[in-house]
Design a protein around this ligand. Structure first.
Ligand code: SF4
Length: 382
């Protein structure tokens, strides 16, 4: 049976960052008990229909899950490991922001069973952190990294690149400082302007200027070089890890495995009754909770994913990985032979240009191909 990854969404944040278009909400007061009960109820509902599948990972994402009551995290872990069949090295990740308040709670999350922390460092200079609207300082981020390093067997941190005014030497220095503190896993986010965000309005008014494509590409190349110095390899377009420290949860998405999504706005792809279902929960927190209280779940949509869409999705995800796509697994998961999912002329040209390569039964994007993956995929997918 396909192992399952479980995603649990905590939708609340202390403040809305000006670049963020995630499903995150700010409330004066959060009814922790109500949302804990609703998450546990929805998890039980999902588990009842999925059966006792092998569980490979649990991921608490958000929002800011480090604002959750650690007792809720412990209860959800206990529920999930009872309702599913956890693999021996079950990965349990929690995303945390490095404000001092949240850092004081890290030991409680570790005691609750979290064994991998993903820290939203974003930058290590105070000017950038203020410009990004973050609630923590560089010193607090460093303190959080040090505390987390001592507590968690596995540690990842996020940084944002292509920030306004960012220079190559400053970025290299910042990366080295962060990698020296926590060199297991790095997730890199390129700052982009998303519709409906505060940054979009500033950008439209000409008050926010991002580095151009060449400068952003140079920052990206420098990231790979600096990460490699610390033994972290680019195993995905924006993720770097020491061998063995890759995010097993995210590998499940990129390898097009099953994942169940619990909580407001959470998405899932689950195999049920021989079909692959795309699932989606109600996005707004309170209506989601009301629906769970009324019906046991907050689902708004459950749609079978047909073979051509499965093939397209598996292609989009799989070519992000440096390991690429295994043709045998691709056919088994999607019902479509890998070559039938590809435009043959584009494939031949991309291989000729050195953007794609075949290695045995695998098709993969080369480092040069991964830099232009969106354009490549747009032409490649049938
Ligand atoms: S903390 Fe994260 S999820 Fe919350 S608003 Fe900021 S970027 Fe978005």
């Amino acid at each position: 049976m396909e192992p399952l990854a479980l995603y649990i969404h905590w939708p609340f944040c202390l403040a809305k960052c000006p670049y963020c278009d995630f499903n995150s909400h700010v409330r004066e007061r959060i009814d922790q008990a109500r949302f804990a009960a609703a998450l546990r109820a929805e998890l039980a509902w999902e588990a009842a229909r999925l059966g006792r599948r092998p569980l490979a990972s649990i991921f608490f994402g958000g929002g800011t899950p480090s604002l959750m009551d650690p007792a809720t995290v412990a209860a959800l872990i206990a529920d999930a490991t009872r309702l599913f069949a956890p693999v021996p090295d079950l990965e349990i990740t929690l995303e945390a922001n490095p404000t001092s308040v949240e850092t004081t709670r890290l030991a409680a999350f570790r005691a609750a069973g979290v064994n991998r922390l993903s820290l939203g460092v974003q930058a290590l200079d105070d000017v950038s952190l203020a410009a990004l609207g973050r609630k923590h300082s560089a010193a607090q981020a460093i303190a959080a990294l040090e505390t987390a390093r001592a507590l968690f067997p596995r540690l990842s941190f996020d940084l944002i690149t292509a920030r306004p005014g960012q220079t190559l030497p400053a970025w290299r220095a910042e990366l080295r400082q962060a990698l020296a503190l926590a060199a297991d896993h790095l997730s890199l986010y390129q700052l982009t302007i998303e519709p409906g965000t505060a940054f979009e309005a500033l950008h439209r008014q000409g008050k926010l200027v991002l580095p151009d494509d060449d400068a952003a590409a140079a920052l990206y190349d420098a990231t790979g070089e600096e990460a490699a110095r610390f033994g972290l390899l680019a195993y995905e377009v924006s993720n770097y890890a020491r061998p063995g420290a890759e995010s097993r949860h995210n590998l499940q998405y990129w390898r097009y495995g099953d994942y169940a999504g619990i909580g407001p706005g959470a998405h899932g792809r689950i195999t049920l009754g021989g079909a692959l279902l795309a699932t989606r929960r109600h996005r707004a927190p309170e209506p989601w909770a009301e629906r769970v209280e009324r019906e046991g779940h907050g689902s708004t949509e459950e749609t079978p994913v047909e073979a051509p869409d499965r093939a397209r999705e598996a292609l989009l995800m799989g070519l992000r990985l440096s390991e690429g796509i295994d043709a045998v697994r691709f056919a088994a998961r999607t019902g479509v032979a890998l070559d039938d999912a590809l435009e043959p002329d584009t494939l031949a040209r991309a291989i000729e240009a050195g953007y794609l390569a075949r290695e045995g039964s695998r098709l993969l994007a080369t480092p040069e191909g991964r830099k232009r993956l969106d354009a490549l995929l747009a032409a490649l997918a049938r």
